[in-house]
Design a protein around this ligand. Sequence first.
Ligand code: BEZ
Length: 213
Amino acid sequence: MATIRLGDVAPNFTAKSTEGTINFHEWLGDSWGILFSHPADYTPVCTTELGTVAKYKPEFDKRNVKVVALSVDGVESHHGWINDINETQNTTVNFPIIADEDKKVSELYDMIHPNASDKFTVRSVFVIGDDKKVKLIITYPASTGRNFEELLRVIDSLQLTAYHKVATPANWKHGEDVVVSPAISTADAKNIFTKGVDEIKPYLRMTPQPNLK
Ligand code: BEZ
Protein backbone atom coordinates (compact mmCIF):
# COMPACT_ATOMS: atom_id res chain seq x y z
CA MET A 1 0.00 0.00 0.00
CA ALA A 2 1.39 3.35 -1.07
CA THR A 3 0.38 6.50 0.78
CA ILE A 4 -2.25 8.44 -1.15
CA ARG A 5 -1.65 12.17 -1.15
CA LEU A 6 -3.47 15.19 -2.50
CA GLY A 7 -2.82 15.57 -6.23
CA ASP A 8 -2.22 11.84 -6.78
CA VAL A 9 -4.34 9.99 -9.31
CA ALA A 10 -6.94 8.06 -7.29
CA PRO A 11 -5.93 4.39 -7.53
CA ASN A 12 -8.25 2.43 -9.78
CA PHE A 13 -9.90 -0.82 -8.70
CA THR A 14 -12.64 -3.24 -9.63
CA ALA A 15 -14.98 -4.27 -6.82
CA LYS A 16 -18.39 -5.80 -6.13
CA SER A 17 -21.11 -3.39 -5.06
CA THR A 18 -24.84 -3.26 -4.45
CA GLU A 19 -25.18 -1.94 -8.01
CA GLY A 20 -22.99 -4.62 -9.62
CA THR A 21 -19.27 -4.76 -10.30
CA ILE A 22 -17.66 -1.33 -10.46
CA ASN A 23 -14.49 -0.34 -12.24
CA PHE A 24 -13.84 2.83 -10.28
CA HIS A 25 -12.39 5.02 -13.05
CA GLU A 26 -15.01 3.89 -15.58
CA TRP A 27 -17.76 4.43 -13.04
CA LEU A 28 -16.48 7.96 -12.35
CA GLY A 29 -16.46 8.83 -16.06
CA ASP A 30 -16.25 12.63 -16.37
CA SER A 31 -17.73 13.26 -12.93
CA TRP A 32 -16.20 14.26 -9.67
CA GLY A 33 -16.47 11.50 -7.05
CA ILE A 34 -16.63 10.76 -3.36
CA LEU A 35 -15.42 7.41 -2.06
CA PHE A 36 -16.24 7.06 1.62
CA SER A 37 -15.87 4.16 4.02
CA HIS A 38 -17.82 3.28 7.16
CA PRO A 39 -16.92 0.71 9.83
CA ALA A 40 -19.71 -1.82 9.40
CA ASP A 41 -23.27 -2.55 8.28
CA TYR A 42 -26.05 -2.62 10.89
CA THR A 43 -24.40 -0.01 13.11
CA PRO A 44 -26.20 3.10 14.32
CA VAL A 45 -23.95 6.00 13.25
CA CYS A 46 -23.37 4.47 9.80
CA THR A 47 -27.14 4.05 9.38
CA THR A 48 -27.65 7.78 9.92
CA GLU A 49 -24.71 8.66 7.65
CA LEU A 50 -25.86 6.60 4.67
CA GLY A 51 -29.43 7.84 5.09
CA THR A 52 -28.12 11.42 5.11
CA VAL A 53 -26.05 10.86 1.96
CA ALA A 54 -29.13 9.44 0.19
CA LYS A 55 -31.08 12.59 1.07
CA TYR A 56 -28.21 14.81 -0.16
CA LYS A 57 -27.94 12.99 -3.52
CA PRO A 58 -29.66 15.84 -5.44
CA GLU A 59 -27.04 18.24 -4.01
CA PHE A 60 -24.20 15.97 -5.13
CA ASP A 61 -25.86 15.56 -8.57
CA LYS A 62 -26.09 19.36 -8.93
CA ARG A 63 -22.33 19.52 -8.42
CA ASN A 64 -21.64 16.63 -10.85
CA VAL A 65 -20.36 14.45 -7.99
CA LYS A 66 -20.96 10.68 -7.86
CA VAL A 67 -20.95 9.03 -4.44
CA VAL A 68 -19.92 5.50 -3.50
CA ALA A 69 -19.75 4.02 0.00
CA LEU A 70 -17.63 1.09 1.19
CA SER A 71 -17.33 -1.34 4.05
CA VAL A 72 -15.82 -4.79 4.47
CA ASP A 73 -19.26 -6.45 4.66
CA GLY A 74 -20.69 -8.47 1.75
CA VAL A 75 -23.29 -7.50 -0.86
CA GLU A 76 -26.07 -9.55 0.83
CA SER A 77 -25.42 -7.83 4.13
CA HIS A 78 -25.44 -4.42 2.41
CA HIS A 79 -28.80 -5.17 0.75
CA GLY A 80 -30.37 -6.25 4.04
CA TRP A 81 -29.04 -3.16 5.80
CA ILE A 82 -30.25 -0.84 3.01
CA ASN A 83 -33.81 -1.95 3.87
CA ASP A 84 -33.20 -0.79 7.44
CA ILE A 85 -31.65 2.50 6.30
CA ASN A 86 -34.59 3.20 4.02
CA GLU A 87 -37.07 2.34 6.77
CA THR A 88 -35.44 4.17 9.68
CA GLN A 89 -34.06 7.20 7.82
CA ASN A 90 -37.16 7.65 5.66
CA THR A 91 -35.19 7.61 2.43
CA THR A 92 -34.11 5.39 -0.46
CA VAL A 93 -30.43 4.57 -0.73
CA ASN A 94 -29.61 5.74 -4.25
CA PHE A 95 -25.86 5.13 -4.57
CA PRO A 96 -23.69 1.98 -4.61
CA ILE A 97 -22.08 0.46 -1.54
CA ILE A 98 -18.88 -1.48 -2.25
CA ALA A 99 -18.56 -4.91 -0.62
CA ASP A 100 -14.87 -5.01 0.20
CA GLU A 101 -14.83 -8.40 1.93
CA ASP A 102 -11.25 -9.14 0.86
CA LYS A 103 -10.19 -5.63 2.01
CA LYS A 104 -8.52 -4.96 -1.34
CA VAL A 105 -9.89 -1.43 -1.70
CA SER A 106 -9.60 -0.61 2.01
CA GLU A 107 -5.94 -1.51 1.92
CA LEU A 108 -5.35 0.32 -1.36
CA TYR A 109 -6.82 3.48 0.19
CA ASP A 110 -5.42 2.90 3.71
CA MET A 111 -8.89 2.87 5.26
CA ILE A 112 -7.99 0.38 7.99
CA HIS A 113 -6.10 1.98 10.86
CA PRO A 114 -5.00 -1.01 12.96
CA ASN A 115 -4.51 0.94 16.17
CA ALA A 116 -8.15 2.03 15.94
CA SER A 117 -9.46 -1.32 14.67
CA ASP A 118 -7.71 -4.05 12.70
CA LYS A 119 -11.04 -5.40 11.41
CA PHE A 120 -13.04 -2.40 10.26
CA THR A 121 -12.53 0.60 8.04
CA VAL A 122 -12.50 4.02 9.68
CA ARG A 123 -14.64 6.85 8.30
CA SER A 124 -12.44 7.89 5.38
CA VAL A 125 -13.51 10.34 2.68
CA PHE A 126 -11.74 10.85 -0.63
CA VAL A 127 -12.97 13.58 -2.96
CA ILE A 128 -11.77 12.97 -6.51
CA GLY A 129 -11.81 15.60 -9.26
CA ASP A 130 -12.97 15.14 -12.84
CA ASP A 131 -9.27 14.68 -13.68
CA LYS A 132 -9.28 11.57 -11.37
CA LYS A 133 -6.93 13.30 -8.95
CA VAL A 134 -7.42 13.27 -5.19
CA LYS A 135 -8.59 16.72 -4.04
CA LEU A 136 -9.44 16.09 -0.38
CA ILE A 137 -8.84 13.40 2.23
CA ILE A 138 -10.53 13.40 5.61
CA THR A 139 -10.61 10.73 8.28
CA TYR A 140 -13.03 10.45 11.17
CA PRO A 141 -13.09 7.80 13.89
CA ALA A 142 -15.91 5.26 14.13
CA SER A 143 -17.50 7.13 17.03
CA THR A 144 -18.06 10.39 15.12
CA GLY A 145 -20.52 10.67 12.25
CA ARG A 146 -19.46 12.99 9.45
CA ASN A 147 -20.91 16.38 8.63
CA PHE A 148 -22.12 16.12 5.04
CA GLU A 149 -22.96 19.83 4.92
CA GLU A 150 -19.21 20.36 5.36
CA LEU A 151 -18.55 17.98 2.49
CA LEU A 152 -20.84 20.01 0.21
CA ARG A 153 -19.18 23.22 1.40
CA VAL A 154 -15.72 21.91 0.64
CA ILE A 155 -16.79 20.62 -2.79
CA ASP A 156 -18.09 24.12 -3.57
CA SER A 157 -14.68 25.48 -2.61
CA LEU A 158 -12.76 22.80 -4.54
CA GLN A 159 -14.79 23.36 -7.70
CA LEU A 160 -14.62 27.15 -7.44
CA THR A 161 -10.87 27.25 -6.85
CA ALA A 162 -10.23 24.68 -9.60
CA TYR A 163 -11.61 27.08 -12.20
CA HIS A 164 -10.91 30.57 -10.76
CA LYS A 165 -7.74 32.14 -9.35
CA VAL A 166 -9.16 32.38 -5.83
CA ALA A 167 -9.04 30.60 -2.49
CA THR A 168 -11.76 30.44 0.16
CA PRO A 169 -11.28 31.88 3.67
CA ALA A 170 -12.14 30.31 7.02
CA ASN A 171 -15.74 29.18 7.33
CA TRP A 172 -16.48 30.34 3.78
CA LYS A 173 -19.81 29.31 2.32
CA HIS A 174 -21.08 29.49 -1.26
CA GLY A 175 -22.00 33.11 -2.04
CA GLU A 176 -19.54 34.78 0.32
CA ASP A 177 -16.48 36.81 -0.65
CA VAL A 178 -13.30 34.92 -1.51
CA VAL A 179 -9.58 35.55 -1.30
CA VAL A 180 -7.56 36.47 -4.40
CA SER A 181 -4.89 33.85 -5.06
CA PRO A 182 -1.51 35.00 -3.65
CA ALA A 183 0.05 34.24 -7.06
CA ILE A 184 -1.78 37.23 -8.65
CA SER A 185 -0.70 40.86 -8.26
CA THR A 186 -3.33 43.31 -7.10
CA ALA A 187 -3.07 45.15 -10.44
CA ASP A 188 -3.82 41.93 -12.35
CA ALA A 189 -6.53 40.99 -9.85
CA LYS A 190 -8.34 44.27 -10.57
CA ASN A 191 -8.46 43.36 -14.27
CA ILE A 192 -9.55 39.77 -13.66
CA PHE A 193 -12.15 40.36 -10.93
CA THR A 194 -14.36 43.05 -12.40
CA LYS A 195 -16.72 43.06 -9.38
CA GLY A 196 -13.94 44.73 -7.39
CA VAL A 197 -10.94 43.89 -5.25
CA ASP A 198 -10.54 45.08 -1.67
CA GLU A 199 -6.84 45.19 -0.73
CA ILE A 200 -6.84 44.85 3.07
CA LYS A 201 -3.11 44.04 3.06
CA PRO A 202 -0.89 43.48 0.00
CA TYR A 203 -1.22 39.72 0.67
CA LEU A 204 -4.90 39.77 1.70
CA ARG A 205 -7.21 40.79 -1.12
CA MET A 206 -10.94 39.98 -1.08
CA THR A 207 -13.32 39.83 -4.04
CA PRO A 208 -16.93 38.77 -4.50
CA GLN A 209 -17.31 35.11 -5.53
CA PRO A 210 -16.53 35.34 -9.26
CA ASN A 211 -18.87 32.66 -10.64
CA LEU A 212 -22.09 34.23 -9.34
CA LYS A 213 -24.32 36.40 -11.52
C1 BEZ B 1 -21.64 3.13 14.27
O1 BEZ B 1 -21.72 3.25 13.07
O2 BEZ B 1 -22.56 3.43 15.00
C2 BEZ B 1 -20.39 2.63 14.93
C3 BEZ B 1 -19.59 1.72 14.27
C4 BEZ B 1 -18.46 1.26 14.89
C5 BEZ B 1 -18.12 1.72 16.15
C6 BEZ B 1 -18.91 2.68 16.80
C7 BEZ B 1 -20.06 3.13 16.17
